[in-house]
Design a protein around this ligand. Structure first.
Ligand code: SF4
Length: 740
C-alpha cells in the first residue's frame, strides 16, 4: 500500500529538546511524519511550541536522516583500520569480549560510560545497572554533569534533596520574578512566553534579571543587574545583607523551619551593597532595589540555569540564591520558590535512576552505606562499590592518562561539548576502545569510534522523561526504527547478556556477582540474566520499585496511569490520585532535622581571571534556533537564518579598539587553544567581554576532527562539590587577523 492510502495516526509524545518538556502530537501516515503540533492537553505547554519544537517533522524526514543518521553497526578491529559495516551480533560480541578482557586484566574501573540527558529514564536505568551492578564500576557519568549538577548540589546542601519545589503555574502566580544566569527567551522559550503573558496580565509585576549580557530576557526586565561574570555570590550575599539591615526577613519561617541562620548573619557582615557594587560592577542603588523587590513582594520566584550552574562556584551560587528564599519565606507557597530550569530534556530522569558517578537509584548516595546495601540487595548483587566513579571531566582525564582503557559514549558528543575539547580528542585517540552508541553520526566523536552502535531517536522510541518541574511524561514511537538502529535500552541489555557470559568464561563472575539473590528479588523479571527485560515498561516498573519510600516515590505511577491521567509530577506514592504540584508547603524538609539549612557561601572569583596575556572574559551560550552540537537543528537551513555561523560578539567600542570592520576575522586564544572566526559589534555585550555560541564544533573550524572547536577554548576547572565545569567563563586574548 502506498503511504497515501494508509490511515493517518496521531501519537502523543514529548519534545526532545529542552527541559520545558513540551507535549507534542505527531501525525503519521505509514512511515512518514505529516506534521508535529503542540499537545493542547500537556500541562508544560498547553499546545504551544517554540521554533525548534515546531520543526520536529522537518528534522525527521527520510531526506534529512539519509545525511546524518547512523543506520548500521560499524566496527574496526584495529585502530589503524577504517571502520567497516558489520552486523549487530559481530559488533556486540566484539565489544563484550573487549570489555571482559579489560575488566579481567585491569579491573572494573578500567572502563567507563559517558551517557546523556537526551536518553530516556529507562535507558539511563539499564546503563546504570550495567555499570554499577554487573561490571562493578561507578565510572558512569553524563553530559547532565555539564548542565544541572550545581543546581542538584545546591538543593541538597540547603533543602536536603535534589527536588525543584515549584512548577510552571508559578510563573503566572509570582508578582516578582528573579532570573539569574538564564536567557530563558532562547533556552526555555515556551516557559518564557508564559512569563511574558503573566507580566502583561499583572499590573505592578516586577522582573529582575541578573546577567552580564543584555539578552532578550534581560531586555524585558524592570531591573537588569549587568554583573561582572562570576560575581553572583557577591550580589546575592549583598542582597541578603540589605534585607537583614532593613528587617525584611521572615523571622517566623527562619525560626520554625531553618537552621544555621546565626552563622549566615555573621558571614554576611562584610557583604555591603557598596562592596558588591564595586565587585559586581552594578550601581549600589540597583542592589538595594533588587533586595527590596525580592523581599517585599508577596510571591517571589527565582528561575536560574547555566549562568549559575556552569561555574567553579556553581554550588555556592545556588546556595546563596536559595538562602534569599529561606530568609524571606518565599518558598513552599504558590508563585514562590527557587526553580532551577533543566537544560536537557531528561537531565532529571537520569538523576532519578542514579545515572551519575556519585549516585544510586532513587536519589540514593554512594557515600551512604545503607543506600549501597539497599541497592545491592534490590539488584541481587554481592556488593556495589562505594568508591565514587569518574565524573565527566575526570573520566576523560583518566582516559587520557590510560587509567580508563575503554569508554562507551551514548547519545552525546564529548569531543565537541566538553571543555578543553582537544584534550578530550586526545583521550579518545589514546583509548584502547571507544564505543559510540548514537542515532546521529556526530562528526567530532564518531571519528574516534572503534564500534558504532546505531540507536533509535525521537519519534522512534518508547519510554519516559522528567522535565524541570518534576513532571514525568511519556515518550512514544510514531515511526519505525531508522535503518538497523535499535532502542538504547535494548542495545545495553543485548550487550550485558554477552558481557556476563564473557566475564564468566574469564572467571570474573565469582568475585563480583552473586546469582543466589536474583530469583528472590521482588522485581526480578523474566529470565535468568541479570539485565533481562521483555519491554521498556518492565524497566520503568523496576525503576518505580526503587523509589518506594524515597523523596521521589512514584509507586502510584505506571504507564497505564500516564496513559489515562497524563503527565504527572513526582512524588506520587501508591494511593495518591495525582503527583505533587509543590514541595515543602508544610515547612518540613528532607534533612536530618527536618529544617532547611542556611549555608554561608563566601564569594570566590572565577577560576581564570583576566590578566595581561588573556585580558578578555569569554562567555559561551546558546542561540535561539540551535540545540547543542546541532545533530538535529544543524540539518535545516532555516535554523541558520538567525545566525548562519559562529561569530564572536564584542562591545562596539572594543570592536573599534581592535580596528575591526563588519566581517573582520579575529583569532581567539585561550590557555588551551586558538580558533579563528568572524567578529561582530554587539551592544548587548559588556566592555572587555566576548560571547560565543556553543553549537559549532571542530568540524566547522577545521573540517576534520581534532581541530579546535568552540569548546577547545573553555576551561575544564570544575566546582568541587558538583564537579560541573566552568563553561561560562574563560580568559582569552582576541586579535584581528587578515586571512589570505
Ligand atoms: Fe521543545 Fe523546549 Fe521548545 Fe518546548 S520550549 S518546544 S521543549 S525546545
Amino acid at each position: 500500500m502506498t503511504e497515501l492510502l494508509q490511515p493517518i495516526q496521531s501519537t502523543k509524545t514529548t519534545c526532545p529538546y529542552c527541559g520545558v518538556g513540551c507535549g507534542v502530537v505527531v501525525r503519521t501516515q505509514g512511515k512518514k511524519i505529516i506534521d508535529v503540533k503542540g499537545d493542547e492537553t500537556h500541562p508544560a505547554n498547553w499546545g504551544k511550541l517554540c521554533s525548534k519544537g515546531s520543526k520536529l517533522a522537518e528534522t525527521a524526514t527520510e531526506n534529512v536522516y539519509g545525511q546524518v543518521r547512523a543506520s548500521q553497526p560499524l566496527l574496526r578491529i584495529q585502530r589503524d583500520q577504517a571502520v567497516a559495516p558489520t552486523d549487530w551480533n559481530t559488533a556486540l560480541d566484539f565489544t563484550a569480549k573487549e570489555f571482559a578482557r579489560l575488566i579481567a586484566t585491569y579491573g572494573p574501573d578500567s572502563v567507563g560510560f559517558y551517557i546523556s540527558g537526551q536518553l530516556l529514564t529507562e535507558d539511563y536505568y539499564v546503563f546504570n545497572k550495567l555499570a554499577k551492578g554487573l561490571i562493578g564500576t561507578n565510572n558512569i557519568d553524563t553530559n547532565s554533569r555539564l548542565c544541572m549538577s550545581s543546581a542538584v548540589s545546591g538543593y541538597k546542601r540547603t533543602l536536603g534533596a535534589d527536588a525543584p519545589p515549584c512548577n510552571y503555574d508559578d510563573l503566572a502566580l509570582a508578582d516578582c520574578v528573579f532570573i539569574a544566569g538564564s536567557n530563558m527567551a532562547y533556552a526555555h522559550p515556551v516557559a518564557y512566553r508564559r512569563l511574558e503573558a503573566a507580566r502583561a496580565a499583572m499590573p505592578g509585576h516586577k522582573l529582575i534579571v541578573v546577567d552580564p549580557r543584555v539578552t532578550d530576557t534581560a531586555a524585558m526586565a524592570d531591573l537588569h543587574l549587568k554583573i561582572q561574570p562570576g560575581t553572583d555570590v557577591m550580589l546575592f550575599n549583598a542582597m541578603l545583607h540589605v534585607m537583614m539591615q532593613n528587617g525584611w526577613l521572615d523571622m517566623a519561617t527562619i525560626n520554625k523551619h531553618t537552621e544555621g541562620f546565626e552563622a549566615m548573619v555573621k558571614g554576611l557582615a562584610d557583604y555591603t551593597p557598596r562592596l558588591a557594587a564595586s565587585v559586581c560592577g552594578v550601581p549600589e542603588a540597583d542592589i538595594v532595589t533588587a533586595a527590596t523587590w525580592f523581599a517585599q513582594s508577596s510571591r517571589t520566584l527565582s528561575l536560574y540555569c547555566q549562568g549559575l550552574n556552569q561555574a567553579t562556584t556553581g554550588t555556592d551560587k545556588n546556595t546563596a540564591l536559595i538562602a534569599l528564599h529561606l530568609a524571606t519565606g518565599h518558598i513552599g507557597r504558590e508563585g514562590a520558590g527557587p526553580f532551577s530550569m533543566t537544560g536537557q530534556p531528561n537531565a532529571m530522569g537520569g538523576r532519578e535512576v542514579g545515572g551519575l558517578a556519585t549516585l544510586l537509584p532513587a536519589h540514593r548516595e554512594l557515600n551512604n552505606p545503607a543506600h549501597v546495601a539497599e541497592v545491592a540487595a534490590f539488584w541481587g548483587v554481592k556488593q556495589i562499590s562505594s568508591t565514587p566513579g569518574a565524573s565527566a571531566v575526570e573520566m576523560f582525564d583518566q582516559l587520557e592518562q590510560g587509567k580508563i582503557k575503554a569508554v562507551w559514549v551514548a547519545c552525546t558528543n564529548p569531543a565537541h561539548s566538553l571543555p578543553n575539547s582537544q584534550k578530550v580528542a586526545r583521550a579518545l585517540q589514546n583509548a584502547e576502545l571507544v564505543v559510540v552508541q548514537d542515532a546521529y553520526l556526530t562528526p567530532a566523536t564518531v571519528h574516534y569510534a572503534d564500534v558504532l552502535l546505531p540507536a533509535t531517536t525521537w519519534g522512534e522510541k518508547e519510554g519516559t522523561v522528567t522535565n524541570s518541574e518534576r513532571r514525568i511524561s511519556r515518550v512514544r514511537a510514531a515511526m519505525p526504527a531508522y535503518g538497523e538502529s535499535k532502542n538504547d535500552w535494548q542495545i545495553v541489555v543485548d550487550f550485558a547478556q554477552r558481557l556476563e557470559q564473557e566475564l564468566l568464561k574469564l572467571g570474573v563472575e565469582s568475585s563480583r556477582l552473586d546469582g543466589s539473590h536474583r530469583d528472590s528479588q521482588p522485581t526480578a523479571l523474566a529470565g535468568n540474566a541479570f539485565l533481562h527485560y521483555s519491554s521498556v515498561e518492565d524497566i520503568f516498573n523496576e525503576h518505580r520499585e526503587t523509589t518506594r519510600g524515597r523523596d521521589l516515590d512514584i509507586t502510584g505511577l505506571s504507564y497505564a496511569v500516564l496513559e489515562t491521567k497524563g503527565p504527572q509530577q513526582w512524588p506520587m506514592p501508591e494511593g495518591e490520585p495525582q503527583g505533587k504540584a509543590r514541595l515543602y508547603e508544610d515547612g518540613v524538609y528532607p534533612t536530618a532535622t527536618g529544617r532547611a539549612k542556611f549555608v554561608f557561601a563566601p564569594y570566590e572569583p572565577v577560576a581564570e581571571e583576566a590578566d595581561a596575556r588573556f585580558p578578555w572574559r569569554l562567555n559561551t551560550g546558546r542561540l535561539r534556533d540551535q540545540w547543542h552540537g546541532g545533530s538535529r537543528t544543524g540539518t535545516l537551513a532555516e535554523f541558520f537564518s538567525h545566525e548562519a555561523e559562529p561569530v564572536i560578539s564584542l562591545h562596539p567600542a572594543d570592536f573599534k579598539r581592535l580596528s575591526l570592520t563588519p566581517n573582520s576575522w579575529v583569532s581567539v586564544k585561550s590557555r588551551r587553544a586558538t580558533i579563528t572566526l568572524r567578529a561582530k559589534a554587539d551592544e548587548s555585550v559588556a566592555r572587555n567581554q566576548a560571547v560565543l555560541p556553543m553549537h559549532w564544533g571542530p568540524e566547522f573550524f577545521g573540517g576534520k576532527a581534532g581541530v579546535a572547536g568552540v569548546n577547545a577554548l573553555t576551561t575544564e576547572a570544575f566546582d568541587p562539590y558538583s564537579k560541573q565545569p566552568e563553561l561560562k567563563h574563560a580568559a582569552v586574548n582576541i586579535q584581528r587577523v587578515h586571512l589570505p
